[in-house]
Design a protein around this ligand. Structure first.
Ligand code: ARG
Length: 703
């Protein structure tokens, strides 16, 4: 009977453990935590859920069985090697196997303090309440009473039906020690106040000066960031500007974290419009093969050819023929196409150069042979269908080939993709399907990011579902984010256009930024204080920095109003203000005659002093950076980084107003230099520079 009971107990434990693992995964998924990192389809999620329920049910039955078979503990406890004593000694071992070890503090990088504290308290809950196996939300936040506060006891007490203070005490007792924490105290109805160790903070801030911002350790991935992606022969518009700015910043963030980043420009350089452009090129410049024409107004050229295409039947026929020849790689047609692409690319590059954005072009044309291959593949596997509604309103038969991929998740809303048009040509959908397969299977990418306007949400939903159905994308191994953004509005809150209603030319817009920045800087007499070269550098940093920052500091999914006046304001949360604040911070040590070199030597001697309340506050604020950065990678929203930077600038002002860095007598002679405070300035400048670098904003020494 004993060995039977042993077996049942073991089996029950195994089941429980499996159910626990599933249960934490399922809850994490439900809370949207795991999906971001693991990427899991809803179908898999539902299966897990069902499986989990079954396991829990079986475990319950077995446990009941054990309870029925087990003799009362008291009767067994005095028998040597009895079931009672084995199981009681086995219990801690069982919970120990589930309890994660105490988190370590990284040796070679900054510590993400919040993340660390969360791990400490999650573990504490596991130790204190091994029976509570669901995921724990430790609810740690900044505190007025101490540095941080952990509110886990309230929610947990409700679930466990216990007194929150008792729960809080148990968690506190189980928390163990951490080099970050100086003191923990239970307060009120179960809050745990956490005071950070002064030594740890001093060491971490000093590290900022000696090593710069060192990213917290994480798993490295190969990421394809698809951004900017304008269309050849058309004007690059403000939507593409947003994609360029946001995409570039995401790349900079991921590069900083050490991921392997591919910056991909998915140019719209293929499709029927090229037939029309080439036919028009042949007519307007019959000699184009010998003397390549210098078309300065490609958009005008596009409009002309479109007009002919719409009005002239014969021209239309020629345009269609030209597409077929182009796709058949006829050398003359390829030549004409290359000319048109080159003209466009030169225009695009002017924008990229000004904004200092690097991109590798992989246009839609790159996928021609791959589109042929995937269509054949899908066709052969029976995944392509003629329209489910065979007749359209004009009573013509619809010969297009679709790929349907309704999912459990959204049975109605996932639109089918058009994989082959009725003339046999391919579409935007086909190129994205070929492209995702190329990225996952040929480039071996395990993270896909697409930066486009929110208007393309449906397209991305559809093709994600279709790619999953076709097996070109597996959410269990590859993460995919559609980073979408809202519309750019003019100051009249209408769609951003020129007065005549045309698309605003980006190069002209950037040029206007420069002119405006120049005027403001001159108003402030900066042209007299700086050399011409310095002034030009400042002008560019301010103009382009402001345009970028105005975009990045808002929740990207919202529409945003493009206003030079607002973005170039030297007060408030703008790049102009932040760049200026940084120059002031950098100048403090300089005016005291202390070089960065000697500050570095000082920093290496011993961790800096932090005595004044404002010094302490500044230090703690600076050390939030790793947590802020980790959060950015979860949802790829960049505005929290801007908010953080602005917070740093405000906290710095408080520090500077309250703490002398350099003391002077009434004649202006320096009487005392507070080296430790200069070091704190240096650490602040380091954080500033790193954040601005991630945002793609160039900094200046003086302005
Ligand atoms: N060329 C498209 C446009 O201008 C954007 C392409 C985005 N990338 C993609 N893989 N679909 O809207």
């Amino acid at each position: 009977m004993e060995s039977q009971l042993d077996q049942i107990t073991k089996h029950c434990e195994n089941l429980e453990r499996a159910a626990d693992e599933l249960s934490s995964r399922v809850t994490a998924l439900a809370e949207g935590q795991a999906a971001a990192t693991d990427g899991i389809s809803d179908a898999e999620y539902v299966t897990l859920l069902v499986h989990n329920k079954k396991l829990k049910y079986r475990a319950q039955i077995l446990q009941k069985g054990i309870a029925e078979y087990s003799p009362p503990k008291s009767a067994l406890s005095d028998l040597p090697n009895s079931v009672g004593s084995t199981s009681s000694s086995a219990a801690p071992a069982k919970s120990a196997s589930r309890v994660p070890p105490l988190p370590e503090v990284p040796k070679d990088s900054m510590c993400a303090i919040l993340q660390h504290l969360e791990a400490v308290f999650e573990r504490a809950v596991r130790v204190a309440f091994p029976q509570h196996t669901a995921p724990v939300n430790t609810q740690i936040q900044l505190s007025k009473m101490a540095d941080y506060q952990c509110n886990v006891a309230m929610a947990l007490a409700k679930i466990l039906r216990q007194n929150p203070r008792v729960v809080g005490q148990a968690v506190l007792d189980a928390a163990g020690t951490s080099p970050l924490i100086a003191n923990m105290q239970l307060s009120g109805s179960g809050f745990i106040n956490i005071t950070l160790s002064t030594g740890f903070i001093r060491e971490q801030v000093t590290r900022l000066v000696t090593h710069g911002v060192t990213p917290p350790p994480l798993n490295k991935r190969k990421v394809a960031v698809d951004f900017s992606s304008p269309n050849i022969a058309k004007e690059m518009h403000v939507g593409h500007l947003r994609s360029t700015i946001i995409g570039d910043s995401i790349c900079r963030l991921l590069e900083f974290l050490g991921h392997d980043v591919l910056r991909i420009n998915h140019l719209g350089d293929w499709g029927t419009q090229f037939g029309m452009l080439i036919a028009h090129l042949q007519d307007r410049f019959p000699n184009y093969l010998k003397t390549p024409p210098a078309i300065s107004d490609l958009q005008g050229f596009y409009k002309e050819s479109k007009k002919r295409f719409d009005e002239d039947e014969q021209f239309k026929v020629r345009a269609y023929k030209a597409v077929v020849q182009l796709q058949g790689h006829d050398p003359d047609h390829i030549n004409g196409w290359t000319m048109i692409c080159d003209i466009s690319k030169r225009e695009f590059n002017k924008v990229y150069e000004r904004l200092d954005v690097k991109l590798s072009p992989y246009g839609e044309s790159f996928y021609q042979s791959r589109m042929e291959a995937i269509v054949a593949d899908l066709e052969q596997r029976g995944l392509l269908e003629q329209a489910r509604i065979q007749e359209d309103e004009t009573d013509r038969k619809d010969d297009r080939k679709f790929m349907y991929s309704n999912t459990v998740e959204e049975p109605q809303t996932v639109m089918p993709l058009i994989m082959v048009k009725s003339d046999g040509g391919f579409t935007y959908d086909t190129s994205d399907m070929a492209c995702i397969r190329y990225r996952t299977q040929e480039l071996d990418v395990d993270w896909l990011i697409y930066v486009t306007d929110a208007g393309q949400l449906q397209h991305f939903k559809s093709f994600r579902a279709a790619a999953a159905r076709a097996g070109y994308f597996n959410s269990a191994t590859t993460r995919m984010d559609h980073v979408m953004f809202g519309v750019v509005l003019g100051e009249d809150r209408k769609k951003f256009k020129t007065r005549s209603g045309d698309t605003v030319r980006l190069v002209e817009l950037l040029e206007e930024g420069l002119v405006r920045a120049e005027a403001i800087l001159k108003e402030k007499g900066r042209d007299e204080a700086l050399s011409q070269q310095e002034f030009d550098h400042v002008k560019e940093a301010v103009a382009y920095g402001c345009i970028k920052y105005a975009d990045l500091c808002h929740d990207r999914t919202r529409d945003y109003v493009f206003s030079f006046d607002r973005m170039l304001d030297f007060k408030g949360n703008t790049a102009a203000y932040l760049l200026y604040a940084l120059t002031r911070i950098c100048s403090i040590a300089r005016t005291a005659g202390v070089s960065s070199g000697s500050l570095l030597t000082e920093a290496r001697k011993e961790p800096m002093q932090l005595e004044h309340e404002k010094e302490w506050k500044l230090a703690r604020t600076l050390l939030k950076l790793p947590d802020v950065i980790l959060k950015l990678t979860e949802d790829l929203y960049l505005h929290p980084l801007c908010e953080f930077l602005y917070e740093v600038s405000t906290v710095f002002s408080e520090f500077y107003d309250n703490c002398y860095c350099v003391e002077k007598d009434k004649d202006g002679n320096i009487t005392k230099i507070h080296t430790s405070r200069l070091l704190l300035c240096e650490a602040t400048a380091t954080v500033f520079k790193q954040c601005l670098a991630i945002l793609g904003i160039k900094t200046v020494e003086r302005m």
